[in-house]
Design a protein around this ligand. Structure first.
Ligand SMILES: [Zn+2]
Length: 280
């Protein structure tokens, strides 16, 4: 188990005391908050929709905004969990060079993490395609309500899909919100399948790994390509690497893996902070 006195936590604490650690997080850090159906908390959108469909076809945009609006009825109360808070606390203790996340839920920032690279963007931010005008998702969903009065309430019982949105069936009459500044198309500021991590975001993530003496991966199976490239940077520099995850990961059989903790990111990181706070 991963109580603060366990040998695994002791080994992790030893690694953290060796210098600042780069923390790389995935879906597990957000699903640990007890939100079983909100897999979108951790991962890029997993609907069949690709970015080119969204951009090229008004049908997909209507479906997206209808689903986003109804889904928000049930996901708007989601808060950072103890794992996010433990990571923010580690940063305040001087234990981190920064946090790199695959998650698009914005929960690390809300928990207080300051030096944060969100590889796949942040779904709470909406931007216009032509000019990069930026708005919050809450604002845009408010415009959706003005243009589609009563829609959310009428479809409130639609099932929630794995990406956190709702599977609304009737959306042909939906009026899609547009940028109030330029009239252009609005989209979530997330990296969809078919898109690349923005260059400046990846460079930021690289700096976080460059400044670290070790890499800790929490709640990710490393099934996605971009984080794997960061792990390779750490391996090339010979950094110790720890993986905290429930279930197998792509690093499990690799000789460069220093420490493998099979368990939840939240309970492990909470125990780590407890141990460091005790000075143990
Ligand atoms: Zn605009």
């Amino acid at each position: 188990m991963t109580g603060s006195a366990s040998p695994e936590i002791a080994a992790l604490a030893e690694m953290v005391r060796g210098g600042p650690v780069a923390m790389l997080t995935g879906a597990g850090i957000s699903t640990d908050s007890g939100i079983p159906d909100y897999r979108g908390a951790g991962t890029p959108p997993r609907t069949a929709m690709r970015i080119d469909q969204f951009m090229d076809d008004a049908h997909y945009r209507r479906r997206f905004w209808a689903g986003a609006r109804v889904g928000a009825l049930r996901t708007q109360h989601i808060e950072p969990n103890a794992g996010h808070l433990a990571i923010a606390q580690l940063e305040r203790l001087g234990a981190l060079s920064g946090v790199v996340t695959q998650n698009v839920d914005g929960l690390h920032a809300r928990a207080g993490t300051a030096n944060l690279a969100e590889l796949h963007g942040n779904g709470a931010v909406i931007r216009c395609v032509p000019h990069d005008h930026r708005f919050t998702r809450t604002e845009v969903l408010g415009w959706f309500d003005l243009a589609n009065p009563g829609f959310a309430e009428t479809h409130a019982d639609a099932a929630i899909t794995p990406d956190g949105d709702a599977a609304v069936r009737e959306f042909d009459q939906v009026t899609v919100p547009v940028c109030p500044a330029c009239g252009g198309m609005l989209r979530p500021n997330v990296v969809y399948f078919g898109e690349h991590v923005p260059r400046d975001v990846f460079a930021h993530a690289e700096r976080i790994v460059e400044a670290a003496r070790a890499l800790v991966i929490a709640g990710s199976s490393l099934a996605v390509n971009t984080p794997v490239r960061l792990v390779h940077r750490a391996q090339q520099r010979g950094l110790p690497i720890a993986v905290i995850n429930r279930g197998p990961t792509a690093l499990d059989e690799k000789p460069s893996l220093t420490l493998r903790i099979e368990g939840g990111a939240t309970e492990t990181l909470t125990a780590l902070v407890e141990r460091l706070a005790r000075g143990a």
